[in-house]
Design a protein around this ligand. Structure first.
Ligand code: SF4
Ligand code: MG
Length: 324
């Protein structure tokens, strides 16, 4: 495994109490594999990613338990210096909002080039040539001319391509993309997602794709991990999930994807809201919103049951869900 997260716990200490953001997450991704991590906002998917990237080790956020094994090494045991090296060269992150992640007063060529100057000791001239090459790679037309332009001179989709180019620059083993296409319109979303998938294969990287939208990951993910209230509630190969979900929450997410053949019909929405992480409901955290909830769900927390060798569900009634 390229990356393995084991029993990760993250808390946020606030004035009002302790928010339990991540409560025992296990997941992994291999080289050349794409894992989609799915869930509503507040499910812990971004916090887990930030813990992997090592950008969370500051109050109020605290990793209280677990291991993050990257190429066999536990990142949580590395010194800050070593950790920074791994983060700079071996893993990269792509965020939703390119405009606030890019420096507005530097040309994109200078920003891309800086990666090579700082990390590879290249001359400015060679770094500029590399920047143009990268812009070609992410299919930005007229890269030679546009390399001199500033972030605001690019469309949202093109800016997101620049973010991808930045992430790829040092050819990392792992990329984490947090809602990389959420801010874009649907057509552009699909193009950027295809690009990311192509590059992931070409570079044989591990890719963790964080999203709230099951619709965008169907074609690109190998596996899906669904998160709720800081836990993984279902984990399975992508095809299994689309065929039949083994958790009512996954089913709710699937049913809320707009479908072309259902035009005009009202879209399903999971009722209620995700829980307050300072007061996670006892038993199954999903029970207040679950259409299948029984008495046992209010008292007994479901473990991640083994549905098959490659699949787990944290629902007492996964069989009923799977066959219902
Ligand atoms: Fe619903 Fe119960 Fe399953 Fe939780 S354990 S998802 S409440 S049926
Ligand atoms: Mg988020």
């Amino acid at each position: 495994m390229l990356l393995e997260v084991r029993d990760l716990h993250v808390e946020f200490r606030t004035r009002d109490g302790v928010a339990k953001a991540v409560n025992g997450v296990d997941y992994g991704v291999d080289a050349g594999e794409t894992l989609a991590v799915l869930g509503e906002s507040g499910s812990g998917k971004s916090v887990t990613a930030q813990a992997i990237m090592g950008i969370l080790d500051m109050p109020p956020g605290k990793i209280t338990q677990g291991e993050i094994l990257f190429q066999g090494k536990d990142l949580l045991k590395l010194k800050e210096e070593e950790r920074r090296k791994v983060r700079g060269a071996e893993m990269a992150m792509i965020f939703q909002d390119a405009l606030s992640s890019l420096n507005p007063v530097l040309s994109v060529g200078d920003q891309l080039g800086e990666m090579f100057v700082v990390h590879r000791g290249m001359s400015k001239k060679d770094a500029r040539a590399k920047a143009v090459e990268l812009m070609d790679r992410v299919r930005i037309p007229a890269a030679k001319e546009r390399v001199k332009q500033y972030p605001h001179q690019f469309s949202g989709g093109m800016r997101q391509r620049i973010m991808i180019a930045m992430a790829l620059a040092l050819e990392p083993a792992l990329i984490i993309a947090d809602e990389p296409t959420t801010a874009l319109d649907v057509t552009v979303q699909a193009q950027v997602m295809d690009l990311l998938a192509d590059l992931q294969r070409e570079y044989n990287m591990g890719l963790i794709l964080i999203t709230h939208d099951l619709g965008v990951v169907a074609d690109v993910a190998d596996r899906i991990a669904v998160m709720y209230a800081g836990r993984i509630v279902e984990s399975a190969p992508v095809h299994d999930i689309y065929k039949a979900p083994a958790h009512p929450y996954t089913r709710g997410l699937l049913d809320s994807i707009p479908r072309l053949d259902q035009k005009g019909q009202e879209l399903y929405a999971i009722k209620g809201l995700p829980p307050n992480l300072m007061h996670i409901p006892p038993g199954c955290a999903f029970h207040p919103r679950c259409p299948m909830a029984q008495d046992v769900c209010r008292t007994d927390e479901p473990p991640l049951y083994e549905v098959s060798e490659e699949r787990g569900s944290a629902c007492h009634f996964w069989r009923e869900c799977l066959h219902g």
